[in-house]
Write a protein that binds this ligand. Structure first.
Ligand code: DC
Length: 222
C-alpha cells in the first residue's frame, strides 16, 4: 500500500480543492470519496431504490452497481457522471444513502483499493477514522457555516446551478448534521489529525499549512 494523505471535513470546507492541489504538488493520486457516494446514490435512485428501502433491498441493488474514480472523473457502470452528481439533489441523496450500512460496506474496498496502486491523497468524512486509520498524514479541514455557505453558493453557481444563498446554507447545514450524527462512520475529528479552520484563510494559506505538515521530517521531496 502506498502512502496516504487523508483529509476529512464537512461540506464546503474546501477539501476537494485542497486535496486536488496537494496531490498535484507532491505528485500523488487523488481520490474524492464524496464523488463515489454521490455516484452510488445516483445508481440506486436510477434503479428505483428509495432511502426508505430495507438494507437487503439496497444490498441487492448494489450488486448491479459499479463505481470508479479516475483522473478527476467519476464513473457509474462505465458512464462518466461527474456533472450529474454535482446537483444539490444528488448531494442530499448521497448524504442520506451514505448513512446506510450496505452502501458503506460496498464502498470500503473500492476506496482502499485506490491506495494499493500508489501514493494517494484522499478526502471525505471517514478517511482518517475508518477507511485509512493508519494514514501517513491526517487532516481535518473545517470552516464556519458562513464561510462554507459562501463557498458552496459560489461553487454551485459556477457550475451553472441556480441556487440562493439560503439554499446553499441549507445544503451545508442539513448534510453536516446528518453526516456527523449518523451511527456508522460519522464525520468527526480523529485524535491524531491536524485541525485547520479555513474560515479566514486564503487557499494559499491553507495549502502552505497542509504542505508544511506533510513535508515535516523531510519525508517527501516536493
Ligand atoms: O464530499 P461530498 O459533499 O461530495 O460528499 C457527499 C456525501 O457523501 C456527504 O454528504 C456524505 C457522504 N460521504 C461519506 O459519508 N463519507 C465519505 N468518506 C465521503 C462522503
Amino acid at each position: 500500500m502506498g502512502k496516504v494523505v487523508a483529509i476529512d471535513g464537512p461540506s464546503g470546507a474546501g477539501k476537494s480543492t485542497v486535496a486536488k492541489m496537494v496531490s498535484e504538488t507532491i505528485d500523488m493520486d487523488y481520490l474524492d470519496t464524496g464523488a463515489l457516494y454521490r455516484a452510488v446514490a445516483l445508481g440506486l435512485t436510477g434503479l428505483g431504490i428509495s432511502p426508505d428501502d430495507t438494507d437487503e433491498k439496497i444490498a441487492g441493488a448494489l450488486k448491479t452497481v459499479a463505481v470508479s474514480f479516475r483522473e478527476g472523473k467519476v464513473f457509474l457502470n462505465g458512464k462518466d457522471v461527474s456533472g450529474e452528481i454535482r446537483t444539490p439533489e444528488a448531494g442530499h441523496l448521497s448524504s442520506v444513502f451514505s448513512a446506510r450500512g450496505p452502501v458503506r460496506e460496498f464502498l470500503l474496498p473500492v476506496q482502499r483499493a485506490a491506495a494499493l496502486e500508489g501514493d494517494l491523497v484522499v478526502e471525505g468524512r471517514d478517511m482518517t477514522t475508518v477507511v485509512f486509520p493508519d494514514a501517513w498524514r491526517k487532516f481535518y479541514l473545517g470552516a464556519s457555516v458562513e464561510a462554507r455557505t459562501k463557498r458552496r453558493h459560489l461553487q454551485l453557481r459556477q457550475s451553472g446551478v441556480q441556487v440562493t444563498v439560503e439554499d446553499a446554507r441549507r445544503d451545508v447545514t442539513e448534510r453536516d448534521e446528518r453526516d456527523s450524527s449518523r451511527s456508522l462512520a460519522p464525520l468527526k475529528v480523529a485524535e491524531d489529525a491536524i485541525v485547520i479552520d479555513s474560515s479566514d484563510m486564503t487557499l494559499e494559506e491553507v495549502m502552505k499549512k497542509v504542505l508544511d505538515a506533510i513535508r515535516k521530517d523531510n519525508m517527501v521531496k516536493a
